[in-house]
Write a protein that binds this ligand. Structure first.
Ligand code: PEP
Ligand code: MG
Length: 595
């Protein structure tokens, strides 16, 4: 919990160090490190007014409750583990729970809030430091192990307290580079791209939502850079190279100069691409492709406008539920959606219902269920929404209200059966009736309801899903993850995540053909859609509607304008006969080189 920089006196001429990770979001940034030492959260101490002391004690008690719930859930998981390791963990968690019940740590922190009139997290930290000093003086291995247990509990409590709603997290300095052990999508949602220059983390994969958010915010990002936190101090100069997946700590002046030169070159080519903004995305032989934007946060709307997007192909609505302990009201959701839908005027906006679960947390929705229940194979996406019909109803009401004035489509995530679509549509129809009875104007017909095809089973059953839904959107990120059994957010298997794997491509092709047969629109909104290297392949497979991070639209548009769509479909046919992802990549590169 002590910032590392306290322990590490800064040397006069620090040596340049390079860390290799995954280039999760393109771009280059040079700035000062703002390190969030995951284990060593920097706790700020502040005084609490006499009248607020009781509330502060309550805040501590609330954190104790949350910590108990988290540990119980971890304990449940440990119980399911085979062998003695699980058993030992169960005992360990029992010890943690006992510490949260009544221990010197919690009692002492409570007393400290009352006596010293300080904030709860500072009180926990002070109490822990006092205990640690006493324990360390005993020089006994058993006691040292107990100290580790207390540290774990204190860390958890502090983590909960500093992340409590209504409390702003410490802000990085202007132009700072956020460095952390791990950054969650919720952490990313709190980053102000105007203030932060880049992000870097020791954990995380290229295709997880943290990476997607970084790309959406236009922030260079390197994730999965192991040991990063061991060699970096608060305030160190850092270069984040999101192209090469490299982090340079304490670069020499020559290295800085080299990177600044590259930065300037990249800016120049971005400006050249901006000129394409009002040009159509039409191939040389006249095939028109729709280029839409994926949106994660309202701050992106300006970038969407300048990108020349023909609509929003995917609005990930999760951001509304992140970093808060309650569920946003219908009014609040309507107001936020209006901010996004309004600027698009008559252009289509595809609003996806909540896709919470897996790596995307939302405390309010997950508070009454076991953490494991909302895993990537658990209650994620439409499953969680159907298990919480009131939340889905509220979301539908807000979407319907904005659809009265705008061109809105509704998209359901993680669908696997037509039954899920039917149940969701029934709730939507009921809420539409209720809104009409309340005198609200709604469009007639109601907005189309489509499904994400992101589970292999859904792709293989695309014909039956096409009968139940109005359009498809292929989520190639999850489709790749679930087809290849590769966690998209896990840096250890990032090299195995490959959308060009023939199994994934066959599912994309199968789904596209099912949509064409059923005459329903189909788009693709996974990360592959925003990579110009793969545009010809997707167009060749018959996908004429691509949705991507707004910043990539000019790049993809350029590729389309340089391309012959007929030749692309011939090349796609040859590619679909291949069984090796490496060979497929080569055939794509060869085709791209012809243009
Ligand atoms: C996908 O899975 O490809 C997708 C677009 O959805 P998300 O990345 O939000 O899971
Ligand atoms: Mg998905």
């Amino acid at each position: 919990m002590t910032p590392k920089s306290d322990k590490r006196p800064s040397q006069k001429k620090p040596k340049e160090r390079v860390y290799k990770g995954l280039g999760a979001a393109h771009g280059i940034a040079v700035g000062k490190a703002f390190v969030r030492f995951g284990d060593r959260i920097e706790v700020q101490t502040y005084n609490v007014a006499k009248t607020k002391v009781t509330a502060e004690v309550k805040r501590l008690d609330g954190a104790v409750k949350v910590a108990r719930r988290q540990i119980r859930s971890l304990q449940e998981r440990a119980r399911g583990m085979p062998g003695s390791a699980g058993e030992e963990l169960v005992y360990l968690f029992d010890a943690y729970l006992a510490m949260l019940d009544d221990s010197r740590l919690v009692r002492g922190a409570r007393e400290s809030i009352e006596k010293n009139r300080i904030n709860a997290e500072a009180a926990v930290e002070r109490e822990f430091t006092t205990l640690a000093k006493r324990f360390e003086a005993m020089e006994d291995a058993y006691i040292a192990a107990r100290l580790d247990d207390i540290r774990e509990v204190a860390k958890r409590l502090i983590g909960i307290l500093v992340r409590a709603p209504g409390k702003a997290p410490p802000k990085p300095p202007k132009g700072g580079i956020v460095v952390a052990e791990q950054l969650s999508p919720a952490d990313m949602a709190q980053i102000d791209p105007e203030n932060v220059a880049a992000v870097a983390a020791a954990l995380g994969g290229n295709e997880g939502h943290t990476a997607i958010m970084a790309r959406a915010l236009g922030l260079p990002a390197v994730l999965g850079a192991a040991d990063l936190l061991d060699g970096i101090n608060q305030g160190d100069t850092v270069i984040v190279d999101g192209y090469a997946g490299r982090i340079v700590v304490n670069p020499t002046p020559e290295t800085v100069k080299k990177y600044e030169k590259r930065q300037a070159e990249k800016r120049r080519s971005a400006r050249a691409l901006e000129r394409l903004r009002n040009q159509p995305a039409v191939s040389r032989d006249g095939t028109e492709i729709q280029l839409m934007a994926n949106v994660e946060l309202p701050v992106e709307m300006e970038a969407v406008q300048v990108s020349g997007a023909q609509g929003v192909g995917l609005l990930r609505s999760e951001f509304m539920f992140m970093n808060r302990d309650d569920i946003p009201s219908e009014e609040e959701q309507t107001a936020i959606l209006e901010q996004i839908v309004g600027p698009m005027k008559s252009l289509p906006v595809t609003i996806r219902t909540l896709d919470i679960g897996g790596e995307k947390p939302a405390p309010a929705l997950l508070s009454n269920i076991d953490e494991a229940a909302a895993s990537a194979l658990g209650l994620r996406g439409i499953r969680l929404s159907l298990a919480n019909p009131d939340t889905l109803r509220t979301q539908f009401r807000a979407i319907l209200r904005v659809s009265a004035k705008r061109n809105v489509r509704i998209l359901l995530p993680m669908v696997t059966t037509p039954g899920e679509v039917k149940r969701a549509k029934a709730l939507l129809a009921e809420e539409a009736d209720n809104l009409k009875k309340e005198g609200r104007k709604l469009p007639d017909p109601l907005p189309p309801v489509g499904v994400m095809i992101e589970v292999p089973g859904a792709a293989l059953a695309a014909d039956s899903l096409a009968r139940a839904s109005d359009f498809f959107a292929i989520g190639s990120n999850d489709l790749t993850m679930y087809t290849l059994a590769v966690d998209r957010a896990n840096e250890h298997v990032a090299h195995l995540f490959n959308t060009l794997h023939p199994a994934v491509l066959r599912l994309i092709q199968f789904t596209t053909q099912a949509a064409l047969r059923a005459r329903i629109p189909i788009s693709i909104c996974g990360e592959i859609a925003g990579d110009p290297r793969y545009t010809a392949l997707l167009v060749g497979l018959g996908l004429n509607d691509l949705s991507m991070t707004a910043g990539n639209i000019p790049l993809v548009k350029k590729r389309i304008r340089d391309m012959d769509a007929l030749a692309a479909s011939q090349r796609a046919l040859q590619i679909m006969e291949q069984s090796d992802a490496g060979r497929i990549a080569m055939m794509i590169d060869d085709f791209n080189a012809l243009a």
